[in-house]
Every structure is written in C-alpha cells, then in structure tokens.
Design a protein around this ligand. Structure first.
Ligand code: 5GP
Ligand code: MN
Length: 341
C-alpha cells in the first residue's frame, strides 16, 4: 500500500470534474521535458481508457529522445498549430495543467489557457503554485508530476485502467525528473510504484536506454567541446559554469534537447556542489542550474534570472547578452558563499 498523499477532497473534486467533461485538454510547460511529456501522456492514456476525448497540447516542441513515447505522435505543438490549438483550448470542457506552477511557464500559450472558460486542474510539484486553477494538486515534496498522476489515478480507484502505455509514460517522468533516480529520489514509495509499473509490463532498462542512450554523434561532440573548452570551475564557491553561444551550437548542428543533462555533469567533480549551464537561444539566454545538498539552486535562479524551480534543479532566463549574463552571475557568486556546506 502506498500512503494517501493527495487530500481526499481534491480527489473527489477531480473525479467530479472528469465525470462532467468529455473534451479534455492537457497542457504542460514550454520546452517540455520527460516529466512534462510523461505526466501529460500518462493522463491522456488514462482518459482514453475511460472513454473521454483528451488532447495533449505543449507550447513548444519536445526533444527527439522522447519521440518514442507512446502517444507522442498525437501531441499538438502550440507554436506549430496555433489555430487548431486555440480552437481546442477554447472548446475544452476541462483543462489539466501539468508540471508547472505559473501561467508564464506556458509562454505564448498562456493567454489562451487562462482565458478559456473551462475549469482548470493543476497537478504539479513546484513550489508556490499561482492561483489560476479550480483544483490545485500541488505537492512539492513529490519528485515528479508523473508520480502524482499515478497517485491520482489510483486514488480515483482506477489502478486497473493503467495500461502498459500509461505505465511507460509514468515511469519516464519519474526517471527523468530524478536523473535516473540519482537525486530527489529517496522517497521509499517511488520504488513501490516502480514495482507496480514493472508488474504492468514496463521494461525499465529499455526505457532508460531509449531516453538516455540514443543521442546523436553531434550531441556527444558538443558535450566534449563544452567540457573541454567552455567549463569554468570556481573551487572557492564549489561552482562550475558552462556557457555556449548560438554560433557554437550551430557548429554542432544543435537540435532541440541536445544540451539536456549537460548541467548535471560538473556535479560529478569532487568539490563541486553547484553547476550552471547557459545557452544562447534565438531571443534569450536559457539558464539551467543544479545543486547538491542544501545549496538553493532555485534561489539563485529567482534572484538573478527571473526563474525558479526546485532546491536542486532550477531554471531561468536572461534577456541580456551572454557576456552580461555571465558577468552578472560571476559577480553575484560571493553572495551565495554562506549557502555552501
Ligand atoms: P531545466 O534546467 O531542466 O530547464 O529546468 C529545471 C527545473 O527548473 C524545471 O523543472 C523547472 O522547475 C525549473 N525551471 C526551468 N526554467 C524555468 C523558468 O524559466 N522559470 C521558472 N520559474 N522555473 C524554471
Ligand atoms: Mn517535473
């Protein structure tokens, strides 16, 4: 038995909303990651088995290494199919918002979702959920939204409706948001849930291989380039910084998702507890931050880069140049010395 984390009254409310609705839109955040895709698709599969009409819409494309996910071919990308997406969002009877806490994380899709008349149900594990949903299932202590979806379905009495495809999606989200169960992953019940998913037929080793071991040669060479030429270590601050320009990315034929996970690598250096990766995008600098122990990556993201996230995994953006962004970060580093263990 797993414990009842989600409050009973929330389960009742969600069940009621699902019962009332046929057309259900499920959305996730911009730059969807494994948990965004895992949780939305898991819910999609579940809603299909109970004969609803669900559709998953994400603001921007998801990385290629998630293409294999069952149902991925049916996911609508808002920026590519804006008109159709707006139509679906407007005519939805219920909207699930998964794996993000604030409308701005939906980027250009935010207005459509917020202005839609359908009630919203938020399911998420980020701190400080904004107040836009009729029902908010927000549990930051849970390491993935996909795990929350598993818990939600079970608590609605529908464990038997979790098919293999749904189970694979849940596992993918749980695995990716914990770096293959290497951080944020001491919750005992994670492993009880995995055992249940294995009983449902998932091949966890195969999922790991499909997500983490199917990269392109270009990505591996870009990784080598970043580590050899672009990584700066600040031993006195137990910090590493990797920065990469748009031009450099172009030289390595950069594809969506190619830099995924780079930010974690410097944490494997003894004495490095905080790692930051900055990537020049077309209109902004995208910043990923990771830490070990009690160092608050999310505080740095919020203080410096208008972002947020979890204690050990956070992100943000900068609209200054890369050089200015680097300088801002390096100048601010001494301010965080007290947080180092
Ligand atoms: P990543 O580095 O993988 O893009 O993001 C790691 C985590 O940081 C995400 O799961 C999310 O919680 C958070 N995050 C990433 N980008 C942003 C951002 O721009 N704003 C906020 N508030 N959180 C972000
Ligand atoms: Mn997540």
């Amino acid at each position: 038995m797993i414990s009842k984390i989600i409050a009973e009254e929330l389960i009742t409310k969600v069940k009621k909303e699902i019962d009332k609705a046929e057309k259900i839109v499920i959305v996730a955040h911009v730059g969807p990651d494994g948990d965004a895709m895992g949780s939305t698709l898991a819910l999609w599969h579940y809603l299909m088995t109970i004969e609803k009409e669900p559709v998953v819409i994400v603001p921007t494309p998801f990385p290629n290494f998630l293409n294999w996910m069952p149902g991925a071919e049916c996911v609508l990308v808002y920026e590519n199919y804006k008109e159709r997406s707006d139509e679906l969002i407007n005519s939805a009877e219920l909207i699930f918002t998964l794996d993000f806490n604030t409308p701005s994380r939906m980027a250009k899709m935010a207005d459509a979702v917020i202005n839609a008349s359908a009630p919203k149900i938020l399911v998420d594990h980020h701190l400080h959920p904004a107040d836009f949903a009729k029902v908010a299932i927000s549990y930051p202590e849970i390491s993935s939204t996909s795990e929350l979806i598993f818990r939600l379905i079970c608590r609605m009495g529908d464990f038997s409706k979790i098919n293999l495809a749904c189970a694979e999606c849940i596992y993918t989200g749980m695995m990716t948001d914990t770096g293959g169960f290497t951080y944020n992953s001491n919750g005992q019940e994670i492993y009880i849930i995995i055992a249940e998913l294995i009983k449902l037929g998932i091949d966890k080793d195969d999922i790991y291989r499909k997500v983490f071991n199917t990269y392109s040669e270009d990505r591996l060479r870009l990784m080598g380039f970043c580590l050899f030429h672009k990584m700066k270590v600040f031993p006195e601050y137990k910090t590493a910084l990797i920065t990469v320009t748009g031009k450099e990315l172009y030289q390595f034929n950069f594809q969506n998702g190619d830099a995924e996970g780079f930010v974690n690598i410097p944490l494997s250096i003894s004495g490095v507890d905080f790692s930051v990766f900055m990537r020049e995008d077309t209109d902004k600098i995208k910043i990923s931050l990771r830490s070990q122990g009690t160092f608050p990556a999310n505080k740095v993201a919020a203080d410096l880069f208008n972002g947020g996230g979890h204690l050990n995994a956070a992100g943000g953006e900068s609209y200054s140049t890369l050089a200015e962004t680097i300088k801002k970060f390096e100048d601010a580093l001494p301010d965080y010395k007290d947080f180092l263990e």
